[in-house]
Structure formats: C-alpha cells, structure tokens
Design a protein around this ligand. Structure first.
Ligand SMILES: *[C@@H]1O[C@H](CO)[C@@H](O)[C@H](O)[C@H]1NC(C)=O
Ligand SMILES: *[C@@H]1O[C@H](CO)[C@@H](O)[C@H](O)[C@H]1NC(C)=O
Ligand SMILES: *[C@@H]1O[C@H](CO)[C@@H](O)[C@H](O)[C@H]1NC(C)=O
Ligand SMILES: *[C@@H]1O[C@H](CO)[C@@H](O)[C@H](O)[C@H]1NC(C)=O
Ligand SMILES: *[C@@H]1O[C@H](CO)[C@@H](O)[C@H](O)[C@H]1NC(C)=O
Ligand SMILES: *[C@@H]1O[C@H](CO)[C@@H](O)[C@H](O)[C@H]1NC(C)=O
Ligand SMILES: *[C@@H]1O[C@H](CO)[C@@H](O)[C@H](O)[C@H]1NC(C)=O
Ligand SMILES: *[C@@H]1O[C@H](CO)[C@@H](O)[C@H](O)[C@H]1NC(C)=O
Ligand SMILES: [Cu+2]
Length: 629
C-alpha cells in the first residue's frame, strides 16, 4: 500500500517517524495571542496558531490518522480543542470539552490530539473551553474524499467560512452577559460579519467551471442567510452528510452548521456578482442603528470590471428548508426508540441575579471529575446516571440502543442544537410557536421514511424538534446549543454511551491525567470526586441557589426597577452574598465562576446592586432589562 504523507508545520525528522500504513497527518499548533483586524474597524487581540490568524484549515483524507501537538502559549488562559462533527470513534477522550472528556490544557502545557478520521466532509475545529472560540480559536476542518459521489461534477473545491465578529474579548463579554446587571440574559451583539475572516472577499471564477463550495459558519451566535446573486446553489452535503442534489437560491447556516454546494460559473465574463451573508437579527435583543449586519463578497469573472453593490432584499422568503434534504445514502428512518429523552429549553434567573439556560430544571454545571473519567472509574455503577452528578444532566445509553431526543423550546429564541459523537436523523421540526411536541398532533407515522441527517439543527422559537440516533459509538458525548452564550449559561446535557464497553476498550494516555494532576483536578470517582461511595455526591459543584420562593425571572427584573426597593435591596444583597461565598470558583461552572469574577471586577460598585435612587451608573440593570420587552 502506498504511503500517503501530508505533513505540515513539522520538522522532517518527525515526519520520518510518523510513517504508517494509512496516511498520518501531523500538525504542531502553538496557540498564542496575535493582533488582527478582520473587519477593518478595530485592532484586537485574537487567539492565533503558530503566530498566525486566520488559523490554518485542517485538511485530511478519509482514513487518515490525525495528530495535533498542541502547546498552549496563551500565558493567561487554559484551552482545549474540539473537532466539530467528527464521530471520534474509539477516541472519545480526544473530543475536547473540558470536564467532559479531558481536563483543560493550562498555559505552558502540551497536549496531543491523536485520532483516526473515518468520515468525509466539511467540519471545523474550535476551542471548547471557557466560551473562548469567538476570540479567534476556530477554523474549518476538511476531510477529502476520493469517493466523493459528486467528484465528476466539479472542477475545484473552495472553502468559505462565515462568522460574526466581536471587538471585545470573551472573558469581559461573558462577565457582563452572566451578571446581575443583565437579568434578561440579553446576548452581546456582534459588531460585524465576516467571510473567510475578512470582508469584501473576492472569489475568482473561471467561466463555465463548477465549484464545490464548502461553507462553514464558525461564528459564536448569529445564524447567517447566504445568497449569491445571479447564481443558484446545488446543495450536495450538510454537516458531513452527502445529500441528493437540491437547488437553493438562499440558505441559512446557524452557528456551527456547514453546507457544501455546487456553484456553476456563467459562460460570460461581462459582469461580476455580489454574494452576501446577512446575520439573523431576530437573535439580537437590540442592536445599534449603525450596525452593518451584512457582509459582502464578489464572484469575480473579470477583475477589471466593477464590483456591484448587492441588491437590497425585502424578505428572506427564498430560503431553502434543510428539513427537505434527502441523504445520498438514503438511510431509512431508525426504528422506534428504546429510550426517549425529552428536554425543555428554559431561560431563568438564579439567586445571583444572572440569567441561566436550563434543560428542564438543570443548568449544566461542570463536575469536579471529567465525566469520562467517572465513567471509567465507577465500575459497574457507571451505568447509574447519579454518579455523574445532578448538574451534568447525564443520560446513560446502552450500546446500540435507538435514542430519540425531543426538544421543546419554552423560549422565544432560535437555538441550534448540536450532538457530539454522532449525527442524528432530524425527524421533525415544528414551525415557530407550535408549543411542545407532546401537545401537538404529530405522530411518528408522519416522520419521513428517509430523514435528513446532520449534527446541528435549528430549533425555532417556542417550537419543537425530534431527533433520533443509534448509540453505536461508546463515549461521553454532550448535547448543547451551539450559541456560545448559551453554552456558557448552561444549555447542555450529557450522554454517557455504553460506559461498561468503554471500561473494556478505552486506554487514556498518561498525558491526559498529568494535565489534570498539574491543576489539582481529580480524575477518579464520581462527579464530586468521591472514590469510596459513588452514590454520595456531597460536595459536587452546584449552580447558584434558586431565587427565593415567590421571585420569578420577571420578578427580579421588576424588582430592580422598583423604587420601593429598600427592603428588597437588602434581600438581593444577601443572595449575592450567599452566591459569592461559594467555594473555589475553579470548581464551579464556567458561568458561575465568571459571575464570581465579574463580582470581583465590579466589587467597587457592589452597593449599586439595586438602583433605588436611579444612580446605578452606566452599566446598571436597566441597560440589560430594557432590551427584551
Ligand atoms: C490575556 O492576554 C491577552 C494578550 O495580552 C490580552 O489581550 C487578554 O486581555 C488577556 N486575557 C485575560 C483574561 O487576562
Ligand atoms: C473501534 O473499535 C472497534 C472494536 O475494537 C473496531 O471494531 C472498530 O473498527 C474501531 N473503529 C475505528 C473507526 O477505528
Ligand atoms: C478561504 O480561506 C481558505 C483558507 O485560507 C482558502 O483555502 C480559501 O480559498 C478561501 N476562500 C476564498 C473564497 O477565498
Ligand atoms: C434559481 O432557482 C430559482 C427557483 O428555482 C429559479 O427561479 C431561478 O431562475 C434560478 N436562477 C438561476 C440563475 O438558475
Ligand atoms: C455554458 O456553455 C456550455 C457549452 O456550450 C453549455 O453546456 C452550458 O450549459 C453553458 N452554461 C450556462 C450556465 O449557460
Ligand atoms: C442587509 O441586507 C438585507 C438583505 O438585502 C437588507 O434588507 C438590509 O437592509 C441590509 N442591512 C444593512 C444594514 O445594510
Ligand atoms: C429536577 O426534576 C426532577 C423531576 O422532578 C427531580 O427528580 C430532580 O431532582 C430535579 N433536579 C434538580 C437538580 O433539581
Ligand atoms: C390538531 O388536530 C386538530 C383536529 O384535527 C386541529 O384542529 C388542530 O389544528 C391540530 N393541531 C395541530 C398543531 O396540528
Ligand atoms: Cu441557544
């Protein structure tokens, strides 16, 4: 068998020892700060790789082994990498989310990601730590396919990312988002949209040629409407799943979704054409008048000709509905489920005054021990979900079970839901405002015989979705909204899939445990780190306490506006006092820890918790509360 070697950023001697029968692709990634200004409006620090930003696109071929040698040189932040959409079969420990499948990589430390890639398609990689990827640590990940069923129908491949962009760094944005000054949970609104980490991008086309365009939304928050004037797209892949060709004038890509399409150039070169991505402003609680939420690029046939401004569209009615896609392999609907997991999306305030995201009554809070390590060290009790703690929202799946996930949106926002380790059949998506799936007339009889499959699906406001997958990939896989703000605020659940199988087959490299040990993070026992009595969760990490009885989410908003709030103000300060007295922030959820950090940051203004006298300063509660009504 021929050697297939594609090595980058790599000294020659290393490539000589990385020979293997399948191809091995090795990247050395030194992660560190660099300065960038992709929208031309503001220089800012971004997280680069090997001193560069935009980041390198990872490229492998189906069947390759990929080795990424990470060195965290950020100096002031831990990190981790996730490979979005890859199944990570037999390598769940390389999936990336901290306190789920590994410990964070502290600054100054190394960590090696090493796994085989057995699926073709368009993916991306990003930090899964600390709400960090919008600071720049995200880029496409392409798996080339010698057997691409469309290979005879195009001439060239093009990678095209789209994203939102913030001028401020995430730690500060998260602190103000997860704060009592923002009780309505209004998400920070981006300052710009980008194509390929820039604006005014040119894509040179040769007349008559067809391009296989791989689009990836690597953004933090905004879904994007995308269209090419004068050209239709023929969709052939979504989220790594080839589809039957489907013609579209306009597509919508939520954060984390991908779409590949054939784009055929005209035969004439007498004009150039704009293409546009327009951020979905329905996600924004408010935005400044002067925000340009569109980004434009051009299909350039003749670089001496003008680059025309895009036409203004009145509606997005031409939008293609991804639920109508049919996978190329025509995989039939999976049988009726062995286990159904029903989750309701709820936004609510906790006793610290910040707004949290819940699946039912649980806002995700990191366990003290990464869930995978609990699964590996819990013996036969690994099949009891309680060992993973009450706030990881863990469901234990048996090998090869058919699992159905029903998500009911009790929130007026759109949420793109993503499952690690699998893609899912998207059996049903209601319209907006349809209520819960249980209260609808829809039955499994109306599900399509060949459902669309992808790994990230948009749930509409106050609507519902039904997903199905087969638990054929032992591992610990999270299910979460891919709006990074909602990851931070806890919209996440955990599937512990075939833990006894994992105990038999998985060997964790010593380096992974060393990274935990160096930070004092335990790596055996239950979610509380108890190795003796696995059912005793005393000391597990918990979210902040609930609001005292009688106070609702809206209540706290009303409360802070109240002028007769002298007594209540004292009460609020007491709740904050309690929240602030919790133990080591490092052991609490990201959100709670960041709230704690924001409390430190603005401790000078601690007495301004309740603006009884209206003198709460420019970042008072009112600025957060008035954005949603
Ligand atoms: C970390 O360092 C970078 C680069 O100097 C800086 O921009 C950033 O604000 C720092 N972040 C934190 C959380 O200290
Ligand atoms: C994973 O491991 C199983 C059992 O050892 C093996 O059958 C399967 O081929 C492996 N999958 C991959 C992608 O390596
Ligand atoms: C976008 O960036 C990628 C990676 O640098 C590059 O391969 C691709 O050609 C760019 N796309 C366009 C349309 O310029
Ligand atoms: C694109 O598709 C629409 C709807 O099918 C059709 O009306 C239009 O003519 C097509 N445009 C091009 C450039 O093929
Ligand atoms: C371009 O010309 C070729 C060859 O004449 C023809 O087959 C094709 O349909 C034309 N393409 C378009 C978009 O008109
Ligand atoms: C963005 O594009 C949309 C669609 O063409 C248009 O309706 C809107 O006015 C544009 N917004 C700005 C700020 O240019
Ligand atoms: C959530 O509700 C369920 C069902 O009522 C209950 O068993 C569980 O203890 C609750 N969990 C938390 C963390 O409150
Ligand atoms: C359910 O069925 C009833 C009776 O056929 C109908 O009136 C109602 O509109 C249906 N509801 C939905 C959500 O389809
Ligand atoms: Cu969300």
């Amino acid at each position: 068998m021929a050697f297939s070697m594609r090595c980058r950023f790599l000294p020659l001697f290393f490539s000589l020892i990385s020979l293997s029968w399948a191809g091995t692709v090795t990247y050395d990634f030194e992660i560190g700060w660099v300065t960038a200004n992709p929208d031309g409006q503001a220089d800012r620090p971004v997280i680069g790789i090997n001193g560069q930003w935009p980041l390198p696109v990872i490229e492998v071929t189906v069947g390759d082994r990929l080795i990424i040698n990470v060195l965290n040189s950020l100096g002031n932040q831990s990190t981790s990498l996730h490979f979005h959409g890859l199944f990570m079969e037999n390598s769940t420990h390389m999936d990336g989310p901290p306190q789920v499948t590994q410990c964070e990589i502290p600054s100054g430390s190394r960590f090696t990601y090493d796994f085989e890639v057995q699926q073709p398609g368009t993916y991306w990689y990003h930090s899964h730590a600390r709400g960090q990827y919008p600071d720049g640590l995200r880029a496409p990940f392409i798996v080339h396919d010698p057997d691409n069923p469309y290979k005879d129908q195009y001439d060239e491949e093009v990678v095209l990312s789209v994203s939102d962009w913030y001028h401020d760094e995430m730690p500060g944005l998260i602190a103000s988002f997860m704060s009592r000054q923002n009780p309505s949970g209004a998400e920070p609104v981006p300052q710009a949209a980008l194509f390929n980490d820039t604006q005014d991008l040119s894509l040179s086309l040769q007349p008559g040629k067809t391009y296989f365009v791989r689009m990836v939304n690597i953004g933090a928050f905004a879904g994007q409407y995308v269209w090419f004037e004068g050209h239709n797209m023929t969709i052939v892949e979504v989220d790594g799943v080839y589809t039957h060709p489907a013609e579209a004038e306009m597509i919508y890509l939520s954060a984390a979704q991908r779409c590949s399409f054939l784009l055929t150039a005209k035969n004439e070169t007498d004009a150039n054409f704009p293409f546009v991505a327009s951020m979905d402003t329905t996600l924004f609680d408010s935005y400044p008048e002067d925000l340009n939420y569109n980004v434009t690029g051009w299909l350039v046939y003749d670089d001496k000709k003008a680059l025309p401004a895009p036409a203004i569209l009145e509606t997005f009615d031409a939008l293609f509905d991804d639920m109508t896609l049919v996978p190329y392999d025509e995989q039939a609907i999976l049988p009726e489920p062995d286990q159904t997991v029903t989750l309701s999306v709820i936004m609510d305030n906790l006793g610290d005054g910040a707004n949290y995201a819940f699946f039912d009554n649980i806002t995700y809070t990191h366990p003290k021990v990464p869930t995978l390590y609990t699964a590996l060290s819990a013996g036969s009790q690994a099949t009891d979900p309680s060992v993973y703690g009450a706030y990881t929202h863990s469901f234990v799946l048996e090998k090869d079970q058919i699992v159905e996930i029903v998500v009911n949106n009790i929130d007026p926002g759109r949420h793109p839901f993503h499952l690690h380790g699998h893609n899912f059949q998207a059996l049903y998506r209601s319209e907006e405002e349809a209520g819960t799936f249980e209260d609808s007339n829809v039955t499994s009889a109306s599900f399509p015989a060949i459902p669309m499959r992808r790994d990230t699906l948009v749930l509409y406001p106050n609507g519902n979705i039904v997903l199905r997958f087969k638990a054929n990939n032992p591992g610990v896989w999270i299910f979460h909204c891919h709006i990074e703000w909602h990851v931070v605020s806890g919209l996440m659940a955990t599937f512990v899939e075939a833990p006894l199988e994992l105990q038999k087959t998985l060997k964790i490299p010593q380096e992974h445990f060393d990274v935990c040990a160096s930070q004092g993070i335990p790596y055996t026992g239950n979610a509380a780190g108890n190795t003796v009595d696995l059912l005793n969760l005393d000391g597990q990490n918990t979210p902040p306490a609930p609001l005292p009885a009688g106070f609702t989410a809206r209540g706290i908003v009303a409360l802070v506006f109240s002028c007769i709030s002298g007594i209540l103000g004292v009460a609020v300060i007491i709740w904050y006092g309690l929240a602030g007295s919790e133990s080591d922030p490092g052991l609490r959820s990201t959100a709670a820890a960041l709230v704690a950090e924001s409390e430190k940051v603005d401790s000078a203004s601690e007495t301004l918790v309740v603006p009884h006298d209206g003198a709460s300063g420019s970042h008072g509660v009112a600025s957060g509360a008035d954005t949603r009504s």
